[in-house]
Design a protein around this ligand. Sequence first.
Ligand SMILES: Nc1ncnc2c1ncn2[C@@H]1O[C@H](COP(=O)(O)OP(=O)(O)OP(=O)(O)O)[C@@H](O)[C@H]1O
Ligand SMILES: [Mg+2]
Length: 362
Amino acid sequence: MTTAVLRPHAEDEYAAELAALATADDRPRPSSWRLSPQAVVTYLLGGVTADGTEISAKYVGPRRLMEVAVATLATDRALLLLGVPGTAKTWVSEHLAAAISGDSTLLVQGTAGTSEESIRYGWNYARLIAEGPSEQAIVESPVLRAMRDGKIARLEELTRIPADVQDTLITILSEKTLPVPELNTETQARPGFNMIATANNRDKGVNELSSALRRRFNTVVLPLPDSADAEVEIVSRRVAQLGRSLELPAEAAALSEIRRVVTVFRELRSGRTEDGRTAVKTPSGTLSTAEAISVLTGGLALAAHFGDGVLRPHDVAAGILGAVVKDPVADRAIWVEYLETVVRERDGWADFYRAGQEIAGR
Ligand SMILES: Nc1ncnc2c1ncn2[C@@H]1O[C@H](COP(=O)(O)OP(=O)(O)OP(=O)(O)O)[C@@H](O)[C@H]1O
Ligand SMILES: [Mg+2]
């Protein structure tokens, strides 16, 4: 075992599952793929291998979406995962790359400052000046390495990248080659190369995807969990995992507390109480599943270090307030109204109501 890291890459954390899947896998694999498409989907959604190894579910959601995503990567089109914040775009992209290429680290983070060099290649200037342009003076981008090795490259937040830099991808994705004019050479992608990009609905309009580029991607939209039960399942699974890896000495988060956080988030997000009877105002924050996970993990840390180790309403109230109130005036009023009209009346929610009031300074 190597030295512990705070967050192992998926291919390391789930190495045993990936190895078991590869051993049991007797279906055809596209060139350079570690697993068959079918086994990749099993890795994502969970299941049992032929030899009885339990595979944990990484993604909770429609199987068809994952099948389309994996099938796309086996074609010459790249994959674009689109969705509102916190719908597991980054998470799915990491696990896909881990299962297909055994390597999820060939990653470019898209920002307004992403340059062509970080998608193509740059130069080691000391060598460039000393020796002139040569193969050795090139600093390869993760995309170039993925092309050379026949692996999956990942591009996070594609639509934050300026349009002219995005266009660098067109040749790479359609010709599968990256010319290096300075050396009069090119790197041609090996079989197995493809790209997974993610983009956030909320960034829409920041930098639209050009239509030329859009045609090179097959888009898969990751939805918000469609039922409260599905969302509770996602949250409890991730909170348990995170609690273990952060070594929080707290008891597993009580399902009742998880359900409460998920209920509050879903009601505020949808503008309606679960029974459909009462309309509530929607705050400006996104209140994503990912934020629900953070609220509960934060609550567990409070309970572990400042409480008796049992997660109580009081430990999640502060986190909820932080997630709901992004605008100090408007959102606070919405939160207080929700407390008074919905939380106050609800059976079994009295402790949470008091904690919510206390934290909102009422
Ligand atoms: N359907 C789901 N199945 C499994 N995990 C999920 C699901 N939805 C959200 N999560 C969890 O939410 C967390 C956040 O997901 P992730 O960071 O991938 O979101 P994202 O879509 O990339 O968000 P952003 O747009 O903010 O980048 C992950 O820990 C993931 O496990
Ligand atoms: Mg993301």
